[in-house]
Design a protein around this ligand. Structure first.
Ligand code: BG6
Ligand code: MG
Length: 220
């Protein structure tokens, strides 16, 4: 772990960081892609992580070499979300990924501000299902931004609402798009996931269990 300055706020991505809903986005998109006779692979899916619903559909259409008129495009967006909402029906607090609650408690005890920066329009519902809404001083989600990740808007808005300059913000992310968004915003990005996916990152941890109190103390 390289030596770092003390940060004043933590911005969390949601899907794939706090809860393993990334797999449900993948399954729902896989079904849509099959309708375009395209088999969406896990490697394709890495490119979709963190990307807004409509940008994701555009990327899948590009992969499949297909195009749609506006009505059909919107219908597929609706279908994808309908399937996704069925998948997440059973999500509950037991599904919070290991180590996340500990990190949230550590931050709270140390008076570090906590915000959510998610591309998802379903973020609020999921936080409620997980019963962790009260940890977040601000929630910036897919409903509150014009530009999706990798644009930094979602995180810049979060840091502004928390009143902390970007250079003192840490962003926890599992997606390439999200890491790029945090970096473009001038923040410290922490990748959660496999090192082979994030080989160029200063900070990469397999999950929050690897981010114990000693490691968190070096960041905050
Ligand atoms: C991100 C996910 O958090 O939210 C993406 O990583 C997803 O896979 C995006 O496309 C938008 O989510 P939603 O719930 O608004 O369709
Ligand atoms: Mg994510």
């Amino acid at each position: 772990m390289k030596k770092t300055k003390k940060h004043l706020c933590a911005l969390f991505d949601l899907d794939g960081v706090i809860v393993d809903t990334a797999k449900y986005h993948y399954l729902a998109w896989k079904k849509i892609a099959a309708e375009f006779d395209y088999e969406l692979t896990e490697a394709d899916n890495e490119q979709l992580k963190g990307v807004s619903r409509s940008d994701s559909l555009n990327r899948i259409l590009e992969m499949a070499g297909k195009s749609l008129d506006e009505d059909s495009f919107n219908q597929f967006l609706h279908q994808k979300n309908k399937d996704y909402l069925i998948f997440i029906q059973e999500v509950k607090k037991d599904n919070i990924l290991p180590g996340v609650k500990h990190a949230l408690d550590f931050l709270k005890e140390n008076k570090i501000k906590i915000g959510l920066g998610s591309a998802s329009k379903n973020a609020q519902i999921i936080l409620e299902k997980l019963e962790i809404t009260s940890y977040f001083e601000t929630v910036v989600d897919g409903n509150s931004v014009q530009n999706g990740k990798p644009h930094p808007e979602v995180f810049l808005k979060g840091s502004q609402l928390l009143g902390v300059d970007p250079e003192y913000c840490v962003v926890f992310e599992d997606s390439q798009a999200g890491i790029h968004a945090a970096q473009a915003g001038g923040m410290t990005a922490i990748a959660l996931g496999e090192e082979k996916v994030f080989s160029d990152m200063d900070y990469c941890f397999p999950n929050f269990e690897a981010l114990d109190s000693a490691t968190l103390k070096t960041l905050f």
